[in-house]
Ligand binder design. Structure first.
Ligand code: SAH
Length: 210
């Protein structure tokens, strides 16, 4: 069920659906997604679908994880990344293998604790986790070369834009019923916004769950 063949089939499917970065595909091939869901769901871990992780939250489908990561890395190597919504920690694990340092915030403490355990088991040491409301970013660790939000706000929180360093990119789903994957880049001329695929994410919420 977690065999190399099953993983290979997933990577092939992502390739067919337009994921072109061989670095991203390689990391998805080698990241044990079954570790990021409950045992009862493990046999579905290499399907291209989102999966429940408790607390009404979901682990994003592999295609969207790959797509966001590809958009982040589009313009060359990336050093410091902020992730909003650690969730299961799967996207965190993928990012940690492709960038220098990942700072990830999650508002639901029990999810964060499970994610911490999994990331430790995988010996991913370039990750810092915080139980916090990511809508205000992570000021003391800013500026970031990239920010990836895995929960959707109605409008882009201004603090996230403020914490983008020069050349930095924010990858974020935006909208209520209909959401679009949005990329904001801080260029020398100012902020540049591009809109990509229609997507479906859980909403970005304020306040903490202990
Ligand atoms: N990247 C995750 C996806 C989890 S779903 C994964 O790979 O599993 C999105 C997550 O964002 C949820 O865990 C949710 O609790 C969290 N979230 C929502 N609003 C948030 C906020 N304001 N700050 C931090 N995390 C938030």
């Amino acid at each position: 069920m977690t065999s190399q063949r099953t993983r290979e089939r997933l990577v092939q499917r992502l390739r067919e659906q337009g994921i072109a970065s061989s670095d991203v595909l390689e990391v998805i091939r080698n990241t044990p997604r079954h570790m990021f869901v409950d045992e009862a769901l493990a046999q579905r871990a290499y399907e291209d679908s989102s999966l429940p992780i408790g607390y009404s939250q979901t682990l994003s489908q592999p295609w969207i994880v790959a797509r966001m990561t590809e958009l982040l890395l589009d313009s060359g190597p990336v050093e410091r990344v902020l992730e909003i919504g650690t969730g299961s920690g799967y996207q965190t694990a993928v990012l940690a293998q492709l960038v220098g340092q990942v700072c990830s915030v999650e508002r639901i403490r029990p999810l964060q604790e499970k994610a911490r355990k999994r990331l430790r088991e995988l010996r991913l040491k370039n990750v810092q986790l915080k139980h916090a409301d990511g809508g205000v970013g992570w000021e003391s660790e800013a500026p970031f070369d990239g920010i990836v939000a895995t929960a959707a706000p109605e409008v882009i929180p201004p603090d996230l834009l403020a914490q983008l360093g020069p050349g930095g990119r924010l990858i974020i789903p935006v909208g209520v019923d209909t959401q679009y994957l949005t990329v904001v880049t801080r260029t020398a001329a100012g902020l540049e916004t591009e809109t990509f695929d229609e997507v479906r994410f859980v909403p970005l919420r304020s306040g903490l769950v202990r």
